[in-house]
Ligand binder design. Sequence first.
Ligand SMILES: *Cc1c(COP(=O)(O)O)cnc(C)c1O
Length: 444
Amino acid sequence: MTTVHVPAPRPTAADLSVWPASTTEAAHGDLAVGGVPLTEIADRFGTPVYVLDEAEVRERCRTYRDEFPEAEVLYAAKAFLCRAMAHWIDEEGLGLDVCSAGELELAVTTGFPPERIVLHGNAKSPRDLDTALRLGVGRIVIDSPSEIARLAAAVGPDGHQKVMARVVPGISAGGHEKIRTGSDDQKFGLSISDGYAQHAIARILDQPQLELTGLHCHLGSQITTVKPYLVAVRRMVGLMMRLHEQHGLVLPELDLGGGHGIAYRPGEPALDLTTLARRIRAELADACATAGLPEPRLLIEPGRAIAGPAGVALYHVLAVKHTGDRIFVAVDGGMSDNPRPALYGVRYAPRLVGRRSTAAPARVTVVGRHCEAGDVLASDVDLPRDVHPGDLLAVPVAGAYHLSMASGYNLVGRPPLTAVRDGHARLLVRRESLDDIRNRDVGL
Ligand SMILES: *Cc1c(COP(=O)(O)O)cnc(C)c1O
C-alpha cells in the first residue's frame, strides 16, 4: 500500500501586493504600515480610523514625475484632500485639480500656489467662480456653453483668465458605468461629434479676457488599459487640427485627465504607467506630425492612483451573524465612510489583523453598521472561520474616494485620518464628534 503524503496546509505568506510598500508583518498577526503597527493605531485613535502612508503618497507623486517628466501632473483633489495632503502634493512638485470653492480654498489657505491649480466642474456655482478669480486660480476648465459669458463677465473687460475647454472625445472607458465620462451620453463636457465643442470654443475665442490654453478630456475612472488614452490623443489632436484650420489657433496644452486604474485586490490589473507614458508620447508625436501641429505640453490628472493605495481603513468587528448559508461580519463603519461598494460594486480584500488564527477560512460578507441592506463593505471574502466581535479588520487601498465621499448617515460621525511615517502616527483629521454634529444643528 502506498502512502500518499498530503502536505499540511502551511500558512502562506500574506499577499501584501495591494498594500503600501512599507507594510510589514509584525508580531501576533499584526501588520505595520509606515513602521507603525495597525493595532497601535486602532488603540490610540479608536475605530473606524483611516491610515495614510505619507511615504507612499510621496513615492507615487515621484513616480508620476519620473514617468512623465515633460508633463504637468495635477493631483485630483476630489480623491482625497486635507491640508497635509496639499502640502505633500506641493512639495512633490505636482499641481492640483479642484472642483469646488471648498477644495480650492482649503488648498490655497494651506499655501498651495493658486497658479498651479485647475478648477473643474460641470456646474460651477457663482461662489466657485468668484473664489477662483479672487484666489487667482491658474486655469478654469469650461464645461458648458453658459459658463463662457458668465465667466467672461466675472473676469471683467480688463481682467484675464486662462481657460481650457472640456471636450467629450466619444470614448467609453472606465471601471463602471457611473464613472465613465468620455462618451456622449453623460453630463460632463462638450461633445465633438455634435459640434458643441467647436461652437463653444469659437465663443471662448470671442472673449478677449479669456485665454484658451488647450483642450481637456477625462475619460472616466479605474481605466486599466492604455488604448482609450491613445484613442483620446488622436481625437483631441484631430480637433486641434480643425481648430487650427478654422481659427489659425495653435493650442499650447493638452490635458488628458486621470482615471488611471489601480488594483483593489491581489491579482487585479492596474494601469502600467511606464507603458502609458511611452505610448502616449509616441501617439502624440505621431498625431501632431500628421496634423502639422507643434506638440502641446501634456497635462495629466491622477487621483486614486496617488491616494488610493496609500490608505488603509481599520474597523472593529461588532457582530457576526450566521443566516442560512451566509456569514455576515458587521463592523463599526460602513457606507458612511466608504460608499463605493454600494455605489459601484467595488470589491475589497479585508484581512484580520492583530490576532493570528489557525482556523480554516470561511466565505463571509463584511457589512457596515448602517440601516441599509446595501451597506456592504466586502462581499464573498475569506476570513478565518473564528472571526468574532472585537477582531480588528484592515481594508487596504482605502485612500481615495472614501473619506472624501463620507457622509453623515445615521449620525455615526466621520472617522479620523491619521498619517504614518518613519514609525510615527499623527492625527491629520480628527473624528467627527457629536458636538460637531450638534453645532451645525442651529434651529429648534
Ligand atoms: C475624477 C477626475 C480625475 C481623477 O480621476 P481618478 O480616477 O481618481 O484618477 C481627474 N480629472 C477629472 C476632471 C476628474 O473629474
